[in-house]
Ligand binder design. Structure first.
Ligand code: SIN
Ligand code: FE2
Length: 202
């Protein structure tokens, strides 16, 4: 069903050029070398997510049988998360001017069959700042609705270098990834997609 995007939602196609994407990818590689991707599971059921995750920043988002939450340490290594790269802090300043720095950058890795069900980002203590999301690698079909699960949704493609800002009325909009479109990017040698999600938590 067609709908107008909620106010405060911004889709910025091709925001990061190829060189910028490659630099960002190198930075993510070194972060993941220190803070390896882990396999989160759903609260209570323990069902594994189809994406693997890591984080950088003072706080990292984790999910296990005890629930969704922010932690300052990696769940497997116990080490503090690596810092958020300066390039991402600069991006935040451009697309979320006037908001305090992000405290968390979630790194989601999608393999060929990965998806992410419709959800709200609502584990933060404050929703004043937008959520800023960066796509790298294969194109994904992104779906966004309103602030009620039953609201109509629309879907569109997020390609490598695209940035999405969920601010204002869209800060608590339901969103998810239906699937990847294989073979749409050469950025990641073995295909797949990386999504970076910057958030203010406190
Ligand atoms: C998320 O909502 O955490 C990820 C969205 C995306 O992969 O684009
Ligand atoms: Fe999300």
């Amino acid at each position: 069903m067609a709908m107008a995007a909620p106010d405060g939602f911004r889709y910025l196609p091709d925001f990061i050029d190829r060189t910028g994407q490659q630099l960002l990818l190198e930075e993510i590689r070194s972060i993941v070398a220190a803070a390896p991707l882990f396999q989160p599971v759903m609260p209570r059921t323990g069902k594994p997510f189809s994406v693997r995750m890591s984080n950088c920043g003072p706080l990292g988002w984790v999910s296990d049988r005890d629930g969704y939450r922010y932690e300052n340490c990696h769940p497997e290594t116990g080490a503090l998360w690596p810092g958020i790269p300066g390039t991402l802090l600069e991006l935040w300043k451009k697309v979320a001017p006037g908001h305090p720095e992000p405290e968390a950058c979630l790194i989601n890795y999608y393999g060929p069959g990965s998806k992410m069900g419709l959800h709200q980002d609502r584990d933060e203590q404050t929703f004043g700042a937008p959520v800023v999301s960066v796509s790298l690698g294969d194109t994904a079909l992104f779906r966004i609705g309103g602030t009620k699960r039953t609201d109509p949704t629309r879907s569109f493609r997020l390609a490598s270098g695209d940035v999405v800002v969920l601010g204002g009325d869209s800060r608590l909009a339901y969103h998810g990834i239906d699937r990847l479109v294989a073979g749409t990017s050469t950025l990641l040698k073995n295909g797949g997609r990386i999504n970076l999600t910057l958030r203010r938590v406190t």
